[in-house]
Design a protein. Sequence first.
Length: 260
Amino acid sequence: MTLRVQFLLFVVLIHAVLIVLAAQIMRTNAPLFLGLEALLGVSIYLTVRLYKGFVRPFQLIAAGTEAIRAKDFSMKFVPVGQREMDQLIDVYNHMIDELRNERVTQHEKSYLLESLIQASPAGVLLLTFDGRIEGVNPAAEHMLGLSTKQLLGERPDQLPGDWGPALANLSEQEPQVVQLSGIQTYRAHCSRFVDRGFTRRFIMLEELTQDLIRQEKQAYGKLIRMMSHEINNSIGAINSILQSFHYYAPSCNSPTSPTS
């Protein structure tokens, strides 16, 4: 039985008693009967006003509860002129404003994070609580060579090719280098974040092929410059020797030479 029903039963019982008393003294004491009738009218009037003031908070609470349950944070109440009710309405409006601002902030952060993940050159695999792939960005699709539909719901250690064994042994403390056929080289790193109070993992894939090629080019460039420098030094000495031979060659071939 609700509190409203209990209040109505109590009011009906009190007024029924007053009506019975007024009926008993209606013929024996007319002035007292008139007084009871006036008292009954005033009681009914005050009861109606008290009931409206008593029920209104419950109506507001019910409406606010439904709005929060429906996640509608745009509905606010207007003060009604009663001090207690206005305090309740002020607290509710303040709470709704805070919830709306918090939801807007969370949506903005979520949208920004989603945009960064989608635009990231590094591949990102979001995992569920039981370790299955829940989210994939375009860079991860390109690196793994699989579409999003093929990846969703799969476990990282069940991926085809060299990815499955490499990601199966992946630990959070040390990144794993994955080298595929040819010169394609990737680095896989596992980490975790907190989502709604629970810990979830994600895997980040970075392509190292271009970096390795760039490093090899730099190393070969240094080697070539060093070899060029050494060759230039050797050529300078050889040119000096050849010029000396060229200078002394006529004297060695003349008839008056000591060796002739």
